[in-house]
Design a protein around this ligand. Structure first.
Ligand code: E4P
Length: 219
């Protein structure tokens, strides 16, 4: 399963990309607004920071403007994926952009029927928001499992991009459910790489090494 970073924080992208664990980035207007500064500059930096796909979201709501905005966003780089919302206009824009070989990520997907329509409209990625479904008392991961079954049944080309990830168990469950990608906030990726037994084990190795070195020096 690919791991994308869900952020507009370029420093975080560079830090984790340097570890070789980032396959791409997703961002959204909220994340860009949270960072402050010039969103265009932030998007350009993000696109240059990783070789993989970077989803940049349109803020237009009618299909003609979404298509125009999507084409503008693509000028940031060949790895830009245009993110459109799961609306009728979003599907129209998805179909038009996809037919021009511009990859599209359909976002804000909360049901299997929405996912099916997004895949039929030619989406490269379909993004179920599992954390928000869990927050609403529904089974977010159940949606991912349904999508995996449907996409496999009909050999649909769209990739399942699990979004709205809240904790490392979501990532694990997404991988077990057969998701293609999980997009993960930097704080969750940080938790994924840590384990207290790793820290305890490393401290013990270094202490034993130091004690042996001191003993040799004392002879
Ligand atoms: C994905 O593309 C979205 O940016 C993101 O996962 C939304 O997550 P949230 O529910 O934490 O806002």
């Amino acid at each position: 399963m690919k791991i994308f970073l869900d952020t507009a924080d370029v420093k975080a992208v560079r830090r984790f990309a340097g570890m070789g664990v980032v396959d791409g980035v997703t961002t959204n207007p909220t994340l860009l607004a949270r960072e402050g500064g010039d969103p265009e500059a932030a998007m350009a930096e993000m696109v240059g920071a990783v070789a993989g796909d970077v989803s940049l979201e349109v803020v237009s709501t009618d299909s003609a403007s979404m298509i125009e905005e999507g084409k503008k966003l693509r000028r940031h780089g060949g790895n830009v994926v245009v993110k459109v919302p799961m609306t009728s206009d979003g599907l129209r824009a998805c179909s038009a952009l996809s037919s021009e070989e511009i990859p599209v990520n359909v976002t804000l997907v909360f049901s299997a029927n929405q996912a099916l329509l997004a895949a039929k409209a030619g989406a490269a990625y379909v993004s179920p928001f599992i954390g928000r479904l869990d927050d609403a008392g529904q089974d977010g991961m159940g949606l991912v499992r349904d999508m995996a079954e449907i996409f496999e049944n009909y050999e649909m080309g769209a990739e399942i991009l699990v979004a709205s990830v809240r904790h490392p168990v979501h990532v694990l469950e997404a991988a077990k459910a057969g998701a293609d990608v999980a997009t993960v906030p930097p704080a969750v990726l940080e938790k994924m790489l840590r384990h207290p037994l790793t820290d305890i084990g490393l401290a013990a190795f270094l202490a034993d090494w130091e004690a042996a070195r001191a003993a040799r020096a004392g002879k």
